[in-house]
Design a protein around this ligand. Structure first.
Ligand SMILES: *Cc1c(COP(=O)(O)O)cnc(C)c1O
Length: 368
């Protein structure tokens, strides 16, 4: 067949285990399953959004507003930018895809950290681009600058904060990297969790209007999937200069966001109470995990996100622990696929976290 040869080498993305699968495989009641594997908001869909979705349902027969006028207006107010500085994607995933498509082929290099968001690699491979990684898993400013100068990539990904490790460069460090990058290299700042980082430590906050005024070769990526609890609605966005947005928009599939998703995002962005509650719960409960780790001599990375990463070294096997939790109805993320003996747990509600930590504690007593 006439398919491109390199497709033979590509493998499909493997998403986290869905709840339905655990129901089927282990015979556990759906209501007894806790999923803390995909960094979803544990508070669930905001009530205001459920109402808005129901109201919008009657418009399902219509095509959505392809210009996403209302949502761009709301985002431009939030960030003090112009609607012409915004592109809306079906998740920020789609913007990552579009950026790579716009820049990369088999002769281009993309620089990223050695342990970072898996989608960069997936889309890079779909375009046959070459991936170059810094030595450290966590983002290291000097390594990024040195690697940049050595390999001169066409595209750099900074994940701020970094999924799946939780570390985050400060704004000053990011600006130092940007200062040493030439204007013909695009730098994508993946800020999927930046609202969480900003809440914990102001020095980590990336401010889109200041960013694109200072640098003309950057794209800020945001999403409604994490803080705003809309993973299933698939809404993300990119912020950049008019000129970059114009170019990226040529690759955006028409009608890529449903009218129901547009309304959901528009409603969520206005629900300040929900956002505040999410951030408060997250960092209060993060402390519970940190305390647990300290008490049990488990290494963890100081996290600026809605998840925490435990590193086990030779204490235990992360896959065995993940399977033990799964059998007991708790889904978390094993980081073996990142070549780490570690797990990533999304911070849940108080009750969920209690149950998870009780199980981990039981497991520790069993194996150690
Ligand atoms: C979740 C996530 C995204 C985007 O997710 P979408 O649902 O596609 O908006 C982007 N980057 C990182 C690092 C993420 O963790």
């Amino acid at each position: 067949m006439g398919f491109k040869k390199y497709l033979d080498k590509l493998v499909c993305y493997e998403a986290g285990k869905p709840i339905e699968l655990v129901v089927r495989d282990y015979g556990i009641y759906e209501d007894d399953i806790i999923k803390l594997a995909s960094n979803e908001n544990p508070l669930g869909t905001p009530k205001s959004v459920i109402k808005a979705i129901k109201k919008e349902a009657k418009n399902a027969f219509r095509y959505p507003d392809d210009s996403a006028f209302e949502l761009k207006e709301a985002l431009s107010k939030k960030y003090r930018i112009y609607p012409s500085n915004i592109i809306i994607g079906s998740g920020s995933d789609q913007i990552i895809d579009i950026i790579i498509k716009a820049i990369c082929n088999k002769d281009t290099k993309i620089l990223m950290s050695s342990t970072t968001f898996a989608m960069y690699e997936i889309y890079a491979k779909q375009n046959e681009a070459n991936i170059i990684r810094t030595k450290s898993g966590i983002h290291n400013m000097d390594e990024f600058i040195n690697e940049y100068n050595t390999i001169k990539p066409s595209l750099v990904f900074l994940c701020l904060p970094n999924n799946p490790l939780g570390d985050c460069l400060s704004k000053d460090e990011v600006y130092k990297i940007l200062d040493s990058v030439s204007k013909d290299c695009i730098v994508a700042l993946d800020c999927a969790y930046n609202e969480f980082a900003k809440y914990k430590d102001k020095s980590k906050a990336i401010i889109p209007n200041e960013l694109i005024e200072k640098y003309q070769n950057v794209v800020y990526l945001g999403t409604f999937s994490k803080l705003y609890a809309l993973g299933g609605m698939r809404v993300g966005y990119g912020i950049a200069t008019d000129s970059i947005i114009k170019t990226l928009s040529k690759l955006r599939p028409p009608f890529n966001i449903t009218n129901i998703s547009l309304k959901a995002a528009l409603t969520a962005i206005k629900d300040k109470k929900f956002v505040e509650k999410t951030l408060k719960n997250n960092f209060k409960e993060m402390e519970v995990y940190e305390e647990f780790a300290k008490e049990n001599n488990i290494k963890f990375i100081d996290s600026y996100t809605n998840f925490i990463t435990f590193i086990f070294d030779d204490m235990l096997d992360s896959t065995a622990l993940t399977n033990y939790l799964l059998k007991n109805g708790v889904i978390i993320r094993d980081l073996k696929s990142y070549r780490l003996n570690a797990i990533r747990i999304t911070i849940g509600t108080k009750e969920q976290n209690k149950r998870v930590l009780k199980l981990i504690s039981k497991y520790l007593h069993k194996v150690i």
